[in-house]
Design a protein around this ligand. Sequence first.
Ligand code: PAF
Length: 281
Amino acid sequence: MKTFVTRKEMIQWRQQMATEQKQIGFVPTMGALHQGHLSLVKNASQENDVVLVSIFVNTKQFNQSTDLQSYPRMLSADIDLLCPFQNVYVFAPDEAEMYPADLEFDPMPLGRIGELLEGVHRPGHFEGVVHVVHHLFALVRPHSAYFGQKDFQQLAIIRQLNRYYKFGIEIIGCQTIREPDGLAMSSRNLKLNPSDRQKALAIYRALSHLKQHVKQKELHQAKAEAVHIIENAGLQIEYLDIVDPITLESCASWQTSQVCCVAAFCADVRLIDNMLCESVL
Ligand code: PAF
């Protein structure tokens, strides 16, 4: 597996790819790769000549130091998982390479979309995501970039970033990959003990319950039942809301299409998930 750690190596690789007229797909990650990441890599690998996977635990997007410290780091295992892909390259910079002191950055105003959901509970998080993704996009200059829909709000912000900085990259949202029992794949699942892992399934049950009851129950009632399913399992909800898929504003009544977004603590592990709930009536 060809792995770069410096900006200089990346720039040289990018020039070589341009010379060879290669179509580049990009999958940014913070490592601790799971099947969700691998499905992004698979899509990118099928749709492009070459794929660049970045692995960098971005300190700037963690609003809690305990979360940052306990975030799983396993670079050599990550690289092993990527080895079966013939056309994949890895960029795994350290902090100094990712954020050189002389590299300028003009922060994007997040606007309304950054104030909602995660924006309320994780101050500074999206500013940190925008900072690192800006630097990565500027360095890699891919033709397309792949993000999971599990981070629904992040995906909306990345699309906004792409427009704001005029990168012209095709942003591809890929479906959430779930364990066979429904738990959305996440690097944070590694932090759950077996009993908490079982409790965490309540999130999927609640989202599925909502999806089944679109327009069959009043929105506020379906929402209250979903909250109950999660709380009854012993999780602490940070937010559960039914929102418009484009604006992410809370819906007061059913629309044709809405997304239910949830963040909840299972023991001390913060999990997020969402489900698109479309009206079949
Ligand atoms: O989704 C993630 O893993 C991260 O937020 C990202 C996009 C790699 C930026 O650090």
